[in-house]
Each structure stands twice: as C-alpha cells, then as structure tokens.
Design a protein around this ligand. Structure first.
Ligand code: ZN
Length: 471
C-alpha cells in the first residue's frame, strides 16, 4: 500500500465515529451485555450484569456504612408467620409467593421490613439503651413479588428485584433531620456515582398525604401520628426547597394506608422528550411498630415511645434503575460499573516488524491493566477494518475507555486514549506516553473517572476480567 499522505488517520476515523454512533441507537437492555430474561420474570445477570451488581452493592454498602447505617442481609425465605405478624399475609397476599416445606407455610420475602424490625428489636432487647437512636439498617435486599405475566416489562417490571433498602427508627426530635439526610444521600449517590445532576430542573418531590377525614378508617393510626409525620415531611421538604430550590407538590389522600411519604422524582430530558422516573422514597409506617409491639419495647428501654419507622430507598430497585439508566445513557454505565472498562485496539499494518511491536505492547498493556484490577479487552484489527470494528463495539459493549495502538503510536512512542464522558456524551482524546509507564497514566485516568465513587464510598471497587471475547 502506498504511503502518500493519507487523508485520514485512524484517530480521525475515531473522531468521526462519535458522530456516526447514533445517539438514538437502541440501548442494549438486559438481553445483550448484561444478562438474559429467564421467562420466570426474574432477570439473570450474566457477564456484565454481574459486575454491575457486585460493584454497585459494594459501593452501596460502604456508602451507607460511612453514614451510620448498619449493614444486614436477611433471608429470601421466611416463615409465613413473620408476614402474618407484619400483616402482609393479609393485605399483600395476592403479590406473595407462598409454599410449604414439611407442612409448614413459608413465603418468599416480598419486603425486607419485617426482618429489619426483628433485627432492631433483637439488638435493643440484648443491648438495651446502648443502641443509639436513630437506628439505621441497610440491605441490598432481594425481594420477589407476584406480577401477572402481562405486566412484566423488561427490567422496568420484574418479579424479583433488589431494593437499596433501609429502615430508620427515629425518635421524634430527629425525624426531620433523618428525612433531610435521606435526600442528601440520594443527591450524593446520583451525582457522584451516576453522573445525574440533582437540582430544581431535574428533580421534584411528591408528598403523598392523608385525607384527614379518613384517618381511622382508610388510613390507620391516630390523627396525632399523621399530623406529626406529615409535619416532618413538609418541614424537610421546605428545607430542601430552601437549600436546593427543589420544588415539592402535595397530594392529599394519596398516602399509603400505613403512613405518608415523599417520593423523589427525576425528570430526564433528552432530545425534547421528558421522562419522569421515580427514584427514592421516604415512607412513614404506623402499622409495623404496632404489630411488632415496638412502642412497648422502646418505652421500656428508652423511657419514651415517640419513635417512627421510616422506610427509604435511594435508587428504588437496582434492576429498574439499570433499565432506565441504560435507556438514558444509551447502554453506557459509569466507569466503575461498566462491563468493559478498557478496550485496547491494536491496529495492524501488515508490516511484520511494526505489527510485532504493536501486538507486544498491546498484550503487555492488557496484562498490566488486568493486574491493576480493570476489566480489559484487546482486539486486533487492520487500518481498513478499524472504523467498522469501532462502530461495532460502540454499539454493543461500549467500553468506558478506548486505547488505540497503531503504527504512528509505536513510532512516536505514545498511546491514543479516548475515555467516554457521560456528562458531555462523547469521547475526548488524551495522548499517553509509552515511556516510562503508560499503565501509571492509564490508572490515573481511571482514578479520575472513579473519583466520585471514592468520595462517597471511600474507595472504588475493581473487579478485573479479561473481556476480549466480548469485544
Ligand atoms: Zn420497608
């Protein structure tokens, strides 16, 4: 092949590809890079999905632990009597999977709350007032609920999902602060891990309140309890509005029968279309403390009984969140959770001695990145096949960082590195010198992409894997 002034280098092609990769290309939902549907309405997280789950749950555990939550893991199977005690067997029965083992009735856990309350009561019974209130319990809790097959919808509606679930048992004088803190947690997680801005244009709060005329009939608990809890929610919402300008709307009569709540709604705007997405929720519960005789225990140990149980989630469900996120970012995840973090693209020339150098550098690089803990893949292509290959991986595995190595790089001693910016929705171009140690510089590019996670969780999980076959 003649070498007379090639009009375009492979980097020029790469630049063009960012324009070529259509932003409205269908997002690879679960059935490609992340997993499969099994037919039972429960997603199977395969290669890709597995890294998302393990990485995310690790981050969530550390994030919550640093904010004073205790971490638990409660069983998937429960004695049906637990849900009889909680009342779910009565008012939630049609959504529960029930079965027998040796003539005893069991349920697949539809909610984590009863178990969390048992944990709290056990700790208090044992350690008495050494257990400080507010007491906060977190679990990435997997629950299963019956949904008719017709209502199943991708990752958005499944029969088995994982809640980023926590329960806060708080005395009256810490209730507002507890609610406000949940908002701050949600904001940190969305901004630092997921690159989703939380401000007055992107988020609003929906307060679901009682109909005062129906307290005691449709809404359980006392008028005083409802008044106090709704007051806490409104005060916290006012504070959020003052500090962040985030508006809130009240809906009278829309509360659950067991207590009022705030839902945190995110608006995702894209190409003129706005989609609303319910993220977190903060719910009071007047049902469970009565059924578990929690007030009596608290009164006995702490000398007062004005405590509240708050259920809360920041993401909602890990499955649904993944579905909406992949849709919004067209199949891309933040660096820490991406199935393929580094994709090394070796561009062969046909010149034997040059190609040998390219392959050697590319393979050594892959090994070092794997050792540094990154999910890394390596593919070889020719200069003419490059644009097709890049277009293919940009529409399938969508690596977080592309690393090009070709003739020019070998001759001039550098790598062309192209990390994807979720904020700008495009790749930028960084030149990394091959000497003395390109991996040190690639690691610092990674650290920059991991910085938000480190801020909120104390570290960024690295789960290495050779992803070459997926590229
Ligand atoms: Zn709950």
């Amino acid at each position: 092949m003649s070498e007379k002034a090639p009009a375009k280098t492979h980097i020029d092609f790469a630049y063009e590809l960012d324009l070529v990769v259509k932003h409205d290309a269908r997002a690879p939902l679960l059935d490609r890079e992340f997993g499969h549907y099994t037919g039972a309405g429960v997603p199977l997280f395969s290669i890709g999905g597995g890294y998302y789950r393990y990485g995310l749950i690790d981050i969530l555990a550390r994030f919550h632990a640093r904010r004073g939550y205790y971490i638990v893991e409660t069983p998937i199977i429960a004695s049906a009597s637990l849900y009889e005690l909680s009342g779910h067997l009565h008012f939630y029965r049609k959504n529960m999977f029930l079965f027998k083992i040796e003539d005893h009735d069991f349920a697949i856990k539809p909610m984590n709350c009863p178990y969390h309350i048992l944990v709290f009561m056990h700790e208090v019974a044992r350690n008495r007032s050494k257990v400080k209130l507010p007491f906060k319990i977190f679990e990435a809790g997997r629950v299963h609920r019956y949904e008719p097959s017709g209502s199943l919808y991708g990752l958005l509606r499944v029969r088995g999902f994982t809640q980023d679930d926590a329960h806060i048992i708080t005395p009256r004088d810490h209730a507002v602060e507890s609610i406000y803190n949940v908002f701050l947690e949600m904001r940190e997680l969305m901004e630092k891990l997921f690159n989703l801005e939380v401000n007055k244009d992107t988020v609003y709060l929906r307060l679901s309140l009682s109909d005062p005329n129906l307290i005691g009939t449709e809404f359980m608990g006392t008028a005083e309890e409802w008044k106090a809890a709704e007051g806490f929610l409104e005060t916290a919402a006012d504070k959020i509005r003052e500090e962040y300008g985030i508006p809130s709307y009240k809906e009278r009569g829309e509360a659950a029968f067991y207590g009022p709540k705030i839902d945190i709604i995110m608006r995702l705007r894209e190409q003129g279309i706005e989609k609303e997405w319910q993220l977190g929720t903060i719910q009071f519960d007047f049902n469970l403390p009565r059924r578990f005789r929690l007030y009596e225990l608290v009164k006995d140990v702490y000398g007062y009984d004005e405590v509240y149980i708050i259920h809360r989630a920041l993401m909602g469900s890990l499955e649904r969140f993944l579905g909406v996120y992949l849709d919004y970012y067209k199949g891309r995840l933040p660096f820490t959770l991406a199935p393929v973090q580094f994709a090394i693209i070796a561009i062969q020339t046909g010149e034997e001695n040059v190609d040998e150098k390219i392959v050697n550098i590319a393979e050594a690089l892959k090994e070092k990145l794997l050792r540094a803990g990154f999910r890394t893949g390596l593919i070889s292509t020719s200069k003419t096949g490059l644009s097709k290959e890049v277009r293919r991986i940009e529409s399938t595995s969508k690596p977080a960082v592309l690393v090009y190595i070709g003739k020019k790089e070998v001759e001039e001693g550098f790598l062309t590195v192209r990390p994807y910016s979720l904020r700008e929705r495009k790749r930028k171009n960084i030149r990394v010198q091959l000497e003395p140690d390109p991996v040190a510089e690639l690691s610092s590019i990674a650290e920059e992409l991991e910085r938000g996670v480190v801020e909120i969780a104390g570290y960024a999980p690295r789960i290495p894997a050779d992803m070459s076959y997926i590229l």
